[in-house]
Design a protein around this ligand. Structure first.
Ligand code: THG
Length: 376
């Protein structure tokens, strides 16, 4: 298997590793590799990255993304609390709307990059990436003396992704669902349970995310979608590295961390410079705007043979052999005829066209070119 260089000891599942309501069904589809995300198993490959990618681009897939945990923030100060932790202005977020909101600390560091769901005026879910938002938010709420209830509501999201997602969900929920705009959600009923369903998902192929609240209904829901999906050649899937890098979706913990600010990660368009509400990162981000950034996350094209990225990531050098950045994610893209990657590089080396070298132990060090974007 090209993506498994060597074998590992068996994984010990314990109470610290969350179970998901769909895992029996997922395991029945013989996934080949997985990772742990928010203490929850997340599959990474079913057949091969390339086969999974080609299927995702043509058909429809069902993904167990229970690892996208929800942090529920409920109560009188909920809006105020979320305004405090994100530099994005969320005051105009409507009930039934999702917003991508980087969470940023008092030093300008990115804590997480969740999707916000506004369930009610003062009731929200943060659908988080892999870092402990719950404890951070609880600490802030306590320190500020806010009266809010903050908890994990035990939601287990299921994503339906791919070009046939609309046909499949219209068969199950009626044609109305086709009209659901991007980043909007509605309440629907299926397989004996009701849930919020949003047009969203971590792929470039479009689709929906179902936020299942009743754990015990998970297998029934999976089976219902699976059965109806047979005519669309449905398969079990997972976030696909080729697709997400082509789409330019950054992965928290890999391509951005607490050490980077949102301007360095190209998330400037999600920040509201003059937001009215009090926000803990305003001052730090104002300073970044004044002083400029030192690093930048860029897209790289590395022509040649497929490369695999080791866990510690690869260093990048300039022509003179001086270290100037770090490769953070990579995949081989047939579409672009080479390896596509994200890297954090010193700002002087971040303009499109810039050439860099991948510092691997070989006579011929692969040449990497900074590109503006992989795909629109
Ligand atoms: N779905 C849900 N929760 C999640 C993710 C998800 N939590 C973790 C992680 N993914 C959060 N990160 C992202 C990053 C980007 C997007 C969604 C979640 C995304 N971005 C769009 C884009 O860049 O094209 C649009 C953003 C916008 O315009 O507002 O979709 O996938 N439930």
């Amino acid at each position: 298997m090209e993506f498994l260089a060597h074998s590992f000891p068996a994984f010990t599942f314990s109470r610290r590793i969350r179970e998901t309501p769909y895992e029996e069904r997922v395991m029945g589809q013989a996934p080949k590799s997985m990772t742990i995300y928010n203490n929850t198993p997340l599959m990474t490959v079913f057949r091969s990255p390339r086969e999974d990618y080609e299927h995702l681009c043509k058909h429809v897939q069902i993904w167990d993304v229970s690892c996208e945990r929800q942090v529920e923030i409920d109560g009188n100060d909920a809006l105020k609390l979320i305004e405090l932790i994100t530099p994005r202005d969320i005051s105009k977020c409507e009930i039934g709307q999702c917003m991508y909101i980087p969470l940023v600390d008092e030093n300008g560091g990115i804590v997480n990059d969740p999707i916000l769901l506004r369930l009610d005026r003062e009731r929200f879910w943060l659908s988080i990436a892999d870092s402990n938002v719950l404890l951070w938010v609880k600490g802030i709420a306590y320190g500020m003396g806010y009266s809010t209830l903050i908890r994990d509501p035990g939601v287990n999201p299921l994503a339906i992704q791919g070009p046939r997602s609309d046909d499949l969900m219209a068969d199950l929920l009626g044609d109305e669902i086709r009209k659901l705009p991007f980043f909007r959600f509605v309440r629907r009923h299926l397989a004996g349970t009701s849930f919020y369903i949003a047009r969203s998902g971590w792929s470039g192929q479009g689709g929906f995310e179902i936020y299942l609240e009743e754990y015990a209904m998970g297998e029934g829901l999976w089976d219902c979608i699976w059965g109806a999906g047979q005519k669309y050649s449905i398969r079990a899937g997972c976030p696909n590295s080729i697709d997400r890098i082509e789409r330019g979706l950054l992965s928290y913990g890999n391509d951005m961390t607490l050490d980077e600010n949102p301007y360095e990660c190209g998330l400037g368009r999600f920040l509201s410079e003059n937001k009215e509400a009090e926000c803990m990162s305003s001052e730090a981000l104002g300073k970044v705007r004044e002083n400029g950034i030192k690093y930048k996350v860029v897209h790289l094209l590395i022509l040649g043979e497929p490369l695999t990225l080791p866990r510690e990531a690869w260093r990048l050098k300039d022509e003179a052999g001086v270290f100037c950045g770090l490769l953070t994610s990579m995949a081989y893209s047939i579409r672009f005829g080479g390896n596509i990657a994200f890297a954090t590089v010193e700002k002087e080396f971040s303009s499109p066209g810039q050439e860099l070298f991948v510092d691997i132990d070989s006579d011929k060090q692969p040449r990497a070119t900074v590109v503006s974007k992989f795909k629109d």
